[in-house]
Design a protein around this ligand. Sequence first.
Ligand code: NAD
Length: 291
Amino acid sequence: MARIGFVGLGNMGLPMAANLCRAGHAVVGFDLSEAAMTGLEAAGGRRAVDAAGVAAGAEMVITMLPASRHVREVWLGGLAAAARADAIFIDCSTIDVAAAREVAAAVNQPMLDAPVSGGVMGAENATLTFMVGGEDSAVEAARPVLEAMGRSIVHCGAAGAGQAAKACNNMLLAISMIGTCEAFLLAEKLGLSHQALFDVASKSSGQCWAMTSYCPVPGPVPASPANRDYKPGFAGALMLKDLGLAQAAAASTGASTPLGARALELYEAFCAEGGAGTDFSGIIQMLRGQG
Ligand code: NAD
């Protein structure tokens, strides 16, 4: 079992660290929030006095922080320097590809970008998908630890490839959610029932995850957030953040992503109108209002 340092014990990080404790790893953690530190102790971990303090003796150091700025601050502000020379670094935060590559190059030690999908439920149930960028040997060394927190570990390529996969996937998800909403709204105008459209599209060429798992109208998929007043789920604010990262990547590479750009505008409007804390499928209500 490994000694693991963990910084960032929020909605995602705390249940992930708890699963590492449950798997028998010795976890030392740090978060700016006292409630998070108490939560770690309740899960069987130990607290450090600051972010660099988690690194003492750790074979692996993991971060799960809000954004690029925090990842830079924590790793380059003392965490990497305090670690063992053979420690493996893993950042699971969702950040921009360029920042992931920059931090990995600056720490001068094996570092993986390993953003996740699966949300808080996936973190709690250890069913996350990890999209991993970095060297083969570091990925293989980290795999058993990642497996204690997730069900699927996909090695996507060199440093930054995990963040690249996340940005591409979530841009596609936003576009397919908006498309799914538009199809249901057109069906309403045409007098076609939600169930009839679902029964056809979920089994034909319009099929997609946004429809079959997060169906934006109540009824056809009983577990979808639409059935509980769009309680997340995956909050609009997180989708907006991921679309911003995708557009930053598109701008820096010259990729043509007109629908990704439009999806960003629509989710900006959705969040500005109060959708930030509701599920991203709730954008159907804004689109219906525009009709
Ligand atoms: P969160 O805000 O709940 O947790 C972040 C934690 O980091 C907070 O507890 C905060 O106190 C801590 N923190 C910030 N700066 C710190 C510092 N300098 N030192 C120590 N701790 C610090 O966020 P979250 O929902 O857990 O998300 C974390 C990351 O995972 C984000 O990058 C997010 O985009 C990504 N993500 C979230 C979800 C989700 O459903 N919540 C799903 C996939 C990916």
